[in-house]
Design a protein around this ligand. Structure first.
Ligand SMILES: Cc1cc2nc3c(=O)[nH]c(=O)nc-3n(C[C@H](O)[C@H](O)[C@H](O)COP(=O)(O)OP(=O)(O)OC[C@H]3O[C@@H](n4cnc5c(N)ncnc54)[C@H](O)[C@@H]3O)c2cc1C
Length: 311
């Protein structure tokens, strides 16, 4: 197996690097940010195929990840749990395509629905504490022999390896001349966990998309999805509105102190790019554009990257 460079050390780059190393390749991750400073670290961490296309491939990748996260939830120190929660619907015709790959879905009972919500789906999904999980991924990569170099890549032609995986999230387009990536800004606030385990997703909330994701010590409250917005600074008004919506949905959060806050730009693209082409005299495998579902799709996409990595 040959030498491969992976540009990107977020959830996509690290998962690809781990799987490639396990397949026998000599792998170097080149990333200009520490894992904790990536968009991946901002993710709420719920397995859910949000804002990613094409639908059929997304479901296939998500199914692979669902199985892998179930295994990881059984291991100590991964930052992954399996937790029951509810996806709320406020419209007559919700998109339920994702339920095809989730085994234990059931309709929510009336007692599980807040006022104004017409229906919901209750199921058990992976919940990932992304900071802890990225640390686990980085340790797993090191244990598998993956080298990591903290550096900015300006041109793929500068890399010595004959095969390069581009997993650079929103900035992948700059490396490959791809203008189709677009940021979708998201802001979250994390509260001390008062003892919650049940997550809630309320994307159709008329006051704004809302989710509450209890992890270990914190509860991620979101969210926003501002297409084209590039500001990475925190917006105090946005946070106030997010907290109001979260507390309205889950009153137990009313007095929970803020632990941390974050903003991230989701790498949105009309379709996830996962292919192999010749570029800059190298075999270049692209794996980017995962929108709001990079964690959700990571293991499935990494499997396809391994499939494209042969001679
Ligand atoms: C608020 C919010 C909530 C979210 N919630 C969820 C969720 O619950 N579930 C879910 O599945 N997804 C969620 N997401 C989406 C998820 O965070 C992204 O899809 C995912 O992080 C994309 O991962 P990535 O590895 O492609 O990119 P990133 O995490 O952005 O990593 C990119 C990497 O590339 C490196 N890089 C880029 N350019 C260069 C260069 N030129 N040279 C060297 N290195 C470079 C960076 O240093 C970094 O290491 C959420 C996102 C946001 C913003």
């Amino acid at each position: 197996m040959g030498d491969i460079a992976v540009v990107g050390g977020g959830v996509i780059g690290l998962t690809c690097a781990l799987r490639l190393a396990e397949a026998g390749h000599r792998v170097e991750v080149v990333a200009d940010l520490a894992p904790g400073d990536t968009v991946s670290a901002v993710a709420g961490g719920l397995w859910f195929p949000y804002l990613a296309a094409p639908a059929d491939a997304v479901l296939r990748w998500a199914r692979v990840s669902l199985a892998r996260f179930a295994e990881l939830a059984a291991l100590p120190g991964t930052g992954v749990w399996r937790r029951e929660g509810v996806v709320l619907h406020r419209h007559a015709d919700p998109d339920l395509s994702w339920t095809a790959v989730v085994p234990d879905c059931r309709p929510a009972t009336a007692g599980e629905l807040p006022p104004g919500v017409t229906s919901g789906v209750v199921c058990t999904l992976p919940v990932v504490d992304t900071a802890a999980y990225l640390a686990w991924l980085a340790e797993s990569c090191a244990a598998a022999g993956v080298a990591v170099r903290r550096a900015h890549v300006t041109r793929l032609g500068d890399l010595p390896q004959p095969v390069v995986v581009v997993a650079a999230g929103l900035r992948s387009g700059a490396l490959l001349g791809d203008p189709t990536l677009e940021p979708v800004r998201g802001q979250v606030v994390r509260l001390a966990n008062p003892g919650l385990t049940r997550w809630v997703v309320d994307d159709d909330n008329p006051a704004g998309m809302t989710y509450v994701i209890p992890r270990g010590h914190d509860v991620v409250c979101g969210g926003t999805a501002d297409r084209g917005a590039t500001a990475t600074g925190l917006d105090v008004e946005v946070e106030r509105a997010v907290l109001d919506r979260a507390v309205a949905l889950v009153p137990e959060l009313r007095d929970a102190p803020v632990v941390s806050r974050a903003v991230g730009l989701r790498p949105s693209r009309p379709a996830v790019r996962l292919d192999r082409v010749r570029h800059s005299g190298r075999a270049v495998i692209s794996c980017y554009g995962h929108g709001g579902a990079g964690v959700t799709l990571s293991w499935g996409c990494a499997a396809d990257v391994v499939g494209l990595s042969g001679p």
